[in-house]
Design a protein around this ligand. Sequence first.
Ligand SMILES: Nc1ncnc2c1ncn2[C@@H]1O[C@H](COP(=O)(O)OP(=O)(O)OP(=O)(O)O)[C@@H](O)[C@H]1O
Ligand SMILES: [Mg+2]
Length: 374
Amino acid sequence: MRNPFIYGETVFGKNFCNRKEEIRRLKNDILSCQKIFLISSRRMGKTSLIKTAIDQISAKEIISISMDLEEFSSYREFLNTYLSLLVKKSTPENKILGFLRQVLSGLRINFKIDEIGKPVISLDYNQPISAELDSKIFNLPEIIASKQNKKLVVVFDEFQEILKLNRKNIEGKLRAHIQHHRNVAYVFAGSKRHLLNEMINSQDKPFYRIGPVMYLEKINEDIFLKFAKDKFETSGIKISDEALQKVIKLAENIPYYTQLLLHELWDSKIDKGIISEKDVQSVLSQVIHLYSQNFHLEWSRMILSKRQLLKAISLYGGKQILSGDYLEKNNMGLPSSVRRTLLSLVEDGYLDKENGEYFFTDILFREWIKRTII
Ligand SMILES: Nc1ncnc2c1ncn2[C@@H]1O[C@H](COP(=O)(O)OP(=O)(O)OP(=O)(O)O)[C@@H](O)[C@H]1O
Ligand SMILES: [Mg+2]
């Protein structure tokens, strides 16, 4: 029997739990061709939610293009893939050549069919990256949508990575074009909250107030609990509510870690039939053990002030860190330098902040620190 708990990949269909309201909102915004920012800390379920929402819209109504900006190391590579996806997703193979000639005339674009019969489209190496090229590619989604009398949705996942592509002001150029698009929805998703918030909240930034912003939160605990319990039951395994609650608490209800622990629990108990709270602890220890070498290495590379702060948060949580009490209890320095360390840990991706509270983005690292360092 296949393990019903999936982590580390996009989940959809029966592996996707609830989020009915988020799906409804996202679908509505996509269908009304908005430019949507979808923000959450890591591993909260953004990519899965976007896929689920788009899957629920009929392909007759919409063409969808998804790109993960973490995959690109240069602006040319990004443009190349964007162009290729747009053309291939919207145009039957035998019409591609005509499409390129008609819509993208003046650009040097290579088109061929590879050994397995798939079309390959790429910018010619001699095609300079010019304002004309930007313009033609960035306007392509609206042209396609109008020509085909369909809507189009473009998903830029991990959108903050656009800031790293080695060219200045790509955001500005993108915004200048897409603001005129009426038949295209854009979803800008990402997990580096401070960068994305700055993009949309600073008046001098191109994406300032471009459209609705969705902050993806955790899945309701009771609903996740029921989702998990049903999956165990279908596999003929009994699990107590206490054990499930413990998993969700340890994982801080972050979907990825909840699924990871449930996956391991399911694996360890498939022959025995019943799971208790004690099993949760032992599975957690096994998982931490698997990662402990990496954690040791990371820890050894970290400067002392960062270690001290992570240790404190693993023990006492991440509320009111800059208060006199907290600083004193943990022997920490001046609030100004602790604040700098906090920001730096957020930038490095170790911590994130929600409702004024800092938390570990990796709950396994948190548990490892608790068990090993103290
Ligand atoms: N609605 C859901 N129901 C069940 N599990 C979920 C759900 N959403 C996310 N998960 C779990 O969380 C994991 C991460 O989901 P996903 O990749 O969609 O998150 P993300 O926010 O895009 O992550 P990242 O920040 O790494 O890009 C999935 O592999 C799955 O285990
Ligand atoms: Mg993702």
